[in-house]
Design a protein around this ligand. Structure first.
Ligand code: FE2
Ligand code: FE2
Length: 259
């Protein structure tokens, strides 16, 4: 059996259009890439703010294996208990301790491949958290006792913080993929040591929008001093993310391709 495996990582799913894009688009991606795991950031899947129980269960049903989040994780307050309910729903591991939920899991595929997934928060611009390095590296070394295959969703605003972390974990993680900005970057690469990297996976939702939000209400917010809650744009969405090939024995990345 070939040890070359593939993972798909999907950028921030925005609103019901983003969830629908996964419903309609993921089966084709699965046919094309035959991924061992699909990891999707869904911090904006509930009307742009947080993740609802309904969106979470729909995404698992549509074929997402592990859901990651970020600074908006807990904003769907009515359903926040889902973070203690589902092993495969993550919030950033370096959120302050005492929070509900957890920031990593080990997913086991049907052919018994163990794949670690870690959700982390970069330190600046999107809210306070514990140290990315002390918490993140500790979690990575704990998971490496179980499997060398580790995918990291590093949620953050600032490219240098995400890129720097990829060098720190080069050879110890299969991939570090950034999320949060909703803008897909063109800098995908294999960091020396064998870790796939991209600064941002992009946004899964309506592309004719302002980072997934309604153009009209985003503009209204920017042209006034009123902090209006901007709902996701309506229309047809599309999936953005990356397909990452890796060696199923060593966990090292072989290629990364934008979707
Ligand atoms: Fe987001
Ligand atoms: Fe975010």
């Amino acid at each position: 059996m070939s040890s070359v495996k593939t993972a798909i990582m999907i950028g921030d799913i925005s609103g019901s259009a983003g969830v629908k894009a996964v419903a309609f688009g993921l089966s084709k991606l699965k046919k094309d890439y035959n991924p061992s795991i699909v990891i999707a950031n869904a911090e904006n899947s509930a009307s742009g703010y947080g993740i609802s129980k309904e969106a979470c269960e729909q995404l698992f049903r549509f074929g997402v294996d592990v859901i990651t989040t970020g600074n908006h994780a807990f904003e769907c307050a009515a359903d926040v208990g889902i973070f203690d309910q589902y092993d495969r729903l993550l919030r950033p591991d370096n959120f302050y301790s005492g929070n509900i939920g957890h920031g990593s899991c080990v997913f086991e595929t049907d052919d018994r491949l163990k794949i670690g997934v870690v959700n982390l928060h970069a330190p600046s611009g999107i809210g306070a958290c514990d140290s990315l390095y002390s918490v993140g590296l500790k979690t990575i070394s704990r998971i490496r006792k179980e499997t060398p295959i580790i995918f990291i969703d590093l949620h953050g605003e600032i490219p240098s913080q995400k890129e720097a972390f990829s060098f720190e974990v080069a050879g110890k993680a299969t991939a570090v993929c950034g999320t949060h900005t909703h803008v897909q970057t063109l800098d995908e690469k294999i960091v020396p040591g064998g870790t796939a990297y991209i600064t941002d996976l992009g946004m899964t939702g309506v592309q004719d929008s302002i980072i997934g939000g309604s153009i009209e209400l985003s503009l209204q917010r920017m042209l006034t001093s009123v902090p209006i809650k901007v709902p996701p744009a309506e229309g047809d969405g599309r999936i953005m993310g990356c397909a990452i090939e890796f060696d199923g024995e060593t966990g090292l990345a072989l290629s990364i391709r934008r979707l």
